[in-house]
Structures are given as structure tokens and as C-alpha cells.
Design a protein around this ligand. Structure first.
Ligand code: HDE
Length: 689
């Protein structure tokens, strides 16, 4: 039975991809149970036996089929990026890119392209926790009318290594150590830092990973980058080098490390839940797509090599031009069928988009198809619904495990006369993909270019660009990560390495991890790129999550008004009390608590609104209140109190100042609180200004 839900509430039909997926969606609700051979099943709780206490019979085909299918339910998880979460959406082009590329989905402002985006953590296994310090994958599959285009990026614009041949080493060093399989989803261990210190091209990426970018608040508030330099080629064959950027409309925001660690326990699904809930609520995440372009002839004009994936192009030198917007507007129906089976590949390009000689990219072009052959069990994974292009595909490839399509006819070879030499090839000027005709010459050599040798200038550029509190977070992250390393030699090597970035940074790490301060002559460049600091991002209250804390006898007028005005500002509100259900307010009105002090936690909210009231066990109630307030204060969050609620302040470390608001009146919450919410963190509370 087909289940058609590509129709939007307003009766419009969804995009081409959704219409295609409708053919595969099945709704089992209200149906009769059958075997896979469609034989109706009469009993599903007892196996077939010779007598009620007798042996089970092998002829029970329902039992055999049910258990066999179950035994084979798992497929290998991705060797990296195993933990991920995805959603459907669309890309709308704002600016025609004809001048630069012939790609059809980039022609004509207003062009819409359906897409599927999967966010992921890199290091942890599929069941690990969302908020680990890690790089986040940001992979987008555009279902264009010329075939699938995959932009398989990360939330950091650079990478650890310059050549793909080192990738297995990087990942072996990053994953849990092989002898004891510890630690899960963490780089805070000896082999990772040993790799870093002995592969110093990682310096720049490590700065990003140790920064707040390594612990994004959620997928909706992080940037994405194509990382490599790609090529855009127009219909005249003229090429530009290009870097792709995704910029979230809600700005970039991050957790604090202590909070991230607590969330790992309180709600390991924190980031996927956030995406799921916001899309379900109609708060669709949006990201602008930006491009940086460098004409082919200008490639040697920079003090870095544009083919080196450990380098970014500072936005102040090569500006980012916004060309369109991606909106994620639909959750998946089935995580395995879609999120798990989706197969991204940076080699999936359309005419007008091409590769460069970046040696990291070149290796990726091999790896993705190779890994999917294993993970998805053979060469026919392009036929899995989520991977199918929305335009038809025809060639002479045949057979293999789980072939779905039935290619009719006698001919499966090229060239032929029996089928008029079809499927036929298409000349480039009619839409056939033509590789960019780059002139290549050289000696066969296993060596890197000397222009890739500078590993520290941009690491320092990143450091210089940070706000003071961001620098402190980097020092804290290094102190945690390197502090977990058992080998003193490795700790010393790391400290010595980062002296090349900044002597103050390495001295601070040295002190924290108990090794010698290095004697080095660090670089002294003061160059900075303000775009790298998250201080300069967008701050808005929309979609933030506030916990309203109340007990019996709370001021129902004040709370009612507050909840209403917060919702009007686009804020999500949970009401938290000692138990789920009605809480009696003063004057007879009640509120319904949807969370309790123990089901929720302050780390799961952006802010607290502390109402009044109490409970039969006042000491316990006060202690919950104190713990909630203390945690929110410690994590630099804005906190508002009703007049009644403010009685808890003296029991905590909270001090008056920015981000602490006492709502004296019973009217709507003040603009001051909404502004404080938008600001999200009040770093002055840390000792580091
Ligand atoms: Fe990947 N990467 N990668 N990677 N990567 C995979 O492919 C690989 C790299 C990225 O949500 C694998 O289907 C090599 C850079 C994302 O399904 C595998 C190298 C960037 C995803 C693989 C890199 C990425 C992957 C594992 C060094 C940012 C998840 C499963 C040359 C630009 C996609 C799979 C998803 C997944 C190989 C480096 C991004 C093994 C060899 C740089 C977002 O093929």
C-alpha cells in the first residue's frame, strides 16, 4: 500500500525528490500482517511446536523469516562520520552564476533544487553522543535535473592532513585505541596527540578543533565548508577556483565544554533532537550558500597554496559572495532507509563543477565509492530511493547484489548497432559532462609541494582572530585534551609544536599539563581575520529554549504573561516543576508542567525563567532551584527571575549584572530579557574578560 505524503498542507505538491520517494513510502498502519511472500500470518507470538511443551519445528517459515531478517538488520557503520542525522530540504538560488558555471541548478535566480543534508560527528561510533568535541560533517546531496551533485563538507574550513594517503593513519590515531578500545568519541588520548605532534600540518585544524567550533550548540547554528578548492567552469570553458561556504541564518553558536560533557549524559541525542523538533515545529533551519572565487590566472597570487586543504582563504582577502539559501523543511520518515543508506561522494558532480589537484580531494574521489560498496553491500546502491537521481539514468551497467531495476532488451554494451548505439553519449555542448582540460605535466614523484610547507601561519592567524574568551576556551580545551595524554613525551611534543603558533598559548598548556615551557622563537605576525571569530556572528532569540521553573503557589499572572511573550518572540518554552501535570498558581490558575526537575536539566536550555512557588518539601524544591540556577550561571546563560523567584538569588553565586534580569512587574517579559536571550552567553562572568 502506498502512502502519499508529498503534498504540502496548502495542497501544492512537493518537489521532484519527494514525489519520487512517495513511490517507496509504505504505511503499515491498519494493514494485516503478512510474510515477505505476502502470506497472511495467523500467529506472531508463539513459534510452531510439536506439542505446547515440545520442540520447535523448522518448517515454521514465519519464525525463520522473521529471525533471519532480524539477524541481518545491521550493516557496517561508516568508518568515519558514523553518527549522523539528516533532513530533506531545498536550495533556492538568488544569484545567477552563469558567468562562472554551466551547472543548471546555478542558472537563473529563483531556481529551486531539492536536497538531502546529513550532519555527522566524525570520530564516535553510531551510538556515541552528539556533543563530543569533534569535527561535524555537513554533507549535502542536491538532486539537480542534470544528476546528483554532492557537496560533502565539514563545519571547519580546513583539514588535518594535506594528502589522502595519510587518512587511514589519522583515523587510526583518532579512533579508540586498538588494544583497549578506549576512549569513545574523543580525541583526548595518546595516539591522537602523538599523530598531531608528528604530522605538524595538522596545527591549523587543531586550533579549530580546540576552539568553540568543536562543540557547536546544534547543527542549525554551525557553518559548513566544502574545504577543498573546486573549480567552476562556464559554458565557454573558462574556470574559476571556488570554495563553498554554508552560513547559518541563526549565526554560529557553541556550547561550553562543561555543559557539552553533561549533555552527553543527560541527552546524548541533544543535537539530533534539536534538528528533529525544530523541523517538526516548522522552525526550518536555513543556511546561505556563499562562494569565494579566484580566477584561474590568479592562483599564485597568495602567500598560501590554494590547493592545500590546511589553508583557508581569509574572507577579508577573497570575499564570500552569497548566491542562494538552503532550507531544511522535512524530517526523514525512516532513519535507516534515508539517513543511514544515503551515500555521499565528492566525486558526484554535474557539468560546470570540477575538481582540482588538491591531493586530499583526489584521494577522496577514490574512497567514497569504495567504502559504499562495502557498507551498502554491492554496486547497486544508487538505486536505493534516497540515492536515486530525480532524472532517469541509463547505461550498460548490469546485475550485482540486490539489483532493483529491470533493464529490458538484448543489448548491454557500447558500441552497438542492435539498439542504434544507445544509450548514446552526449556532446559537452548538449550537457554531457566534460572534464576541465587542465594542462598537466611533471615527473612521477612521491613528494609534496614545498608550497605546502608552512604549517603555522594560518594557525596563528586563527589564534590572533579570537576574542579573549575564545582564546581562553582554546587553552582550556588543550589543557583538557593534552592533560589526558599519559605519555609525558607526547605532552611535551605537543607543547613544543604549538609554540610555533603562540608562545603564550604553549606556555599555558605546558603549565596545565606539567611539562617544560618550550624555548622557541614563535611567529610574531599580528595578522587576523575577524570573520573567524564567533564573536561577530548573528544573535537572535528565535528558536532558543527557555525553562520556566515553578512550584505550587507561583504567580500565575507573571508566568502566564512571560510564557506568552516568550512564545511571541519565537522562543520555545518548557514548564518545569516537581512533577508532570498541573501546578496550582496563586489565585486558582494552574499551569501544566511538561518536564520535572529530574527529567530535564539546565544544560538542555539556553536560559532559565525562575518563577516563584514552592512545594510540600520546601528544602528539596529550593535545592532543585539552586542547582538549576547555579548551573545556568556557571554556563554564562541569561537568567530571569520573577519577583517571587528572585528569593532564590541569595542562595546561589548569581550576582547582579548583564544577563541577570529581575522582572519586577507582572506584565510581559521585558525587552531586556529578550535582548539578553539573544546574546546567549555573558562571558564577563568568567574571570577572563
Ligand atoms: Fe570523508 N569519508 N574522507 N572527509 N567524509 C567519509 O565515506 C575520506 C574528508 C566527510 O554523511 C567516508 O560514505 C578520506 C574531508 C563527510 O554520509 C569515507 C579523506 C571532508 C562524510 C571518507 C576524507 C570529509 C565523510 C566514510 C581524506 C570535508 C560523511 C563513509 C582524503 C571536506 C558523509 C562514507 C555522510 C565520510 C573518506 C577527508 C567529509 C571513508 C579518504 C576533508 C561529511 O569514504
Amino acid at each position: 500500500m502506498k502512502y502519499t505524503n508529498s503534498e504540502l498542507p496548502n495542497g501544492e505538491s512537493h518537489d521532484a525528490k519527494q514525489r519520487q520517494l512517495d513511490n517507496y513510502r509504505v504505511n503499515n498502519f491498519g494493514t494485516q500482517m503478512t510474510t515477505n511472500q505476502s502470506v497472511k500470518v495467523s500467529g506472531d507470538e508463539q513459534s510452531l511446536k510439536a506439542g505446547v511443551r515440545g520442540p520447535t519445528l523448522l518448517e515454521d517459515f514465519h519464525l525463520r523469516e522473521k529471525i533471519t531478517h532480524f539477524d541481518h538488520e545491521r550493516i557496517p557503520e561508516r568508518v568515519v562520520h558514523a553518527r549522523g542525522y539528516a533532513a530533506h530540504g531545498e536550495f533556492v538560488l538568488h544569484k545567477c552564476m552563469k558567468k562562472y558555471t554551466s551547472a543548471k541548478f546555478l542558472q537563473g535566480a529563483g531556481t529551486k533544487t531539492p536536497l538531502f543534508t546529513r550532519f555527522s560527528n566524525v570520530a564516535g561510533s553510531k551510538g556515541s553522543s552528539d556533543t563530543a568535541r569533534d569535527v561535524r560533517g555537513f554533507a549535502v546531496k542536491f538532486y539537480t535535473e542534470e544528476g546528483n551533485y554532492d557537496l560533502v563538507g565539514n563545519n571547519m574550513p580546513v583539514f588535518f592532513i594535506q594528502d589522502a594517503i595519510k587518512f587511514p593513519d589519522l583515523i587510526h590515531a583518532t579512533k579508540p585505541e586498538p588494544h583497549n578500545e578506549i576512549p569513545q568519541a574523543s580525541t583526548a588520548h595518546d595516539t591522537f596527540w602523538d599523530f598531531v605532534a608528528n604530522n605538524q600540518e595538522s596545527a591549523h585544524m587543531i586550533m579549530w578543533l580546540m576552539s568553540d567550533r568543536g562543540i557547536p550548540t546544534n547543527f542549525r547554528k554551525m557553518e559548513g565548508f566544502g574545504v577543498h578548492t573546486f573549480r567552476l567552469v562556464n559554458s565557454e570553458g573558462i574556470a574559476h577556483f571556488v570554495k563553498f561556504h554554508w552560513k547559518p541564518k541563526l549565526g554560529m553558536h557553541s556550547l561550553v565544554w562543561d555543559e557539552a560533557q553533561q549533555i552527553s549524559g543527560k541527552d546524548p541525542d541533544f543535537q539530533r533532537r534539536d534538528l528533529w523538533e525544530n523541523i517538526n515545529a516548522g522552525s526550518f533551519p536555513e543556511y546561505d550558500l556563499g562562494v569565494q572565487l579566484i580566477p584561474e590566472d590568479d592562483q599564485f597570487m597568495f602567500d598560501f597554496d590554494i590547493l592545500d586543504a590546511t589553508k583557508l582563504w581569509p574572507e577579508e582577502i577573497v570575499s564570500v559572495e552569497i548566491i542562494g539559501t538552503m532550507t531544511l523543511n522535512r524530517n526523514v520518515d525512516n532513519v535507516f532507509a534515508e539517513t543511514e543508506q544515503v551515500a555521499f561522494h565528492p566525486g558526484n558532480v554535474v557539468p560546470g563543477i570540477d575538481f582540482t589537484n588538491d591531493p586530499l580531494l583526489q584521494g577522496r574521489l577514490f574512497s567514497y565509492l569504495d567504502t559504499q560498496l562495502l557498507r551498502l553491500g554491492g554496486p547497486n546502491f544508487a538505486e536505493i530511493p534516497i540515492n536515486r537521481p530525480v532524472c532517469p539514468f541509463h547505461n550498460n551497467q548490469r546485475d550485482g547484489f540486490s539489483r532493483q531495476r529491470i533493464d529490458v532488451g538484448q543489448v548491454s554494451y557500447h558500441k552497438n548497432s542492435l539498439a542504434d548505439n544507445t544509450p548514446s553519449t552526449t556532446p559537452a555542448d548538449q550537457g554531457g559532462y566534460e572534464h576541465y582540460q587542465e594542462k598537466v605535466e611533471g615527473h612521477v614523484i612521491r613528494a609534496g609541494s614545498p608550497s605546502f610547507d608552512d604549517h603555522f601561519s594560518q594557525a596563528r592567524l586563527f589564534w590572533n582572530s579570537m576574542a579573549p574568551y575564545e582564546k581562553q576556551h582554546i587553552i582550556d580545551a588543550f589543557s583538557f585534551e593534552v592533560g589526558k595524554v599519559q605519555s609525558q613525551s607526547v605532552r611535551q611534543q605537543v607543547v613544543d609544536m604549538f609554540c610555533n603558533v603562540d608562545s603564550g598559548l604553549s606556555a599555558a598548556i605546558a603549565t596545565a599539563v606539567g611539562v617544560k615551557r618550550p624555548e622557541c622563537t614563535p611567529a610574531t605576525s599580528e595578522a587576523a581575520s575577524p570573520a573567524l571569530s564567533m564573536k561577530n556572528t548573528t544573535f537572535v532569540p528565535e528558536t532558543l529554549k527557555v525553562a520556566v521553573l515553578i512550584g505550587d503557589g507561583f504567580d500565575s499572572t507573571a508566568i502566564g504573561n512571560a510564557v506568552r511573550s516568550l512564545r511571541n518572540a519565537g522562543v520555545t518554552v518548557d514548564i518545569i516543576s516537581e512533577r508532570i501535570g498541573s501546578v496550582k498558581g496563586r489565585g486558582g490558575k494552574t499551569a501544566v508542567a511538561n518536564q520535572t526537575f529530574i527529567t530535564a536539566s539546565p544544560v538542555l536550555y539556553d536560559s532559565l525563567f525562575v518563577g516563584g512557588g514552592t512545594s510540600g518539601n520546601a528544602a528539596e524544591f529550593n535545592s532543585y532551584m539552586r542547582n538549576y540556577i547555579e548551573e545556568a550561571w556557571k554556563h554564562f546563560k541569561p537568567i530571569a527571575f520573577t519577583n517571587d523567584g528572585s528569593r532564590h538569588i541569595p542562595m546561589t553565586s548569581v550576582q547582579e549584572g548583564p544577563g541577570i534580569i529581575v522582572e519586577k512587574k507582572q506584565s510581559d517579559v521585558s525587552q531586556a530579557y529578550i535582548n539578553a536571550l539573544a546574546k546567549q552567553r555573558f562571558w564577563h562572568r568568567s574571570i577572563y574578560k
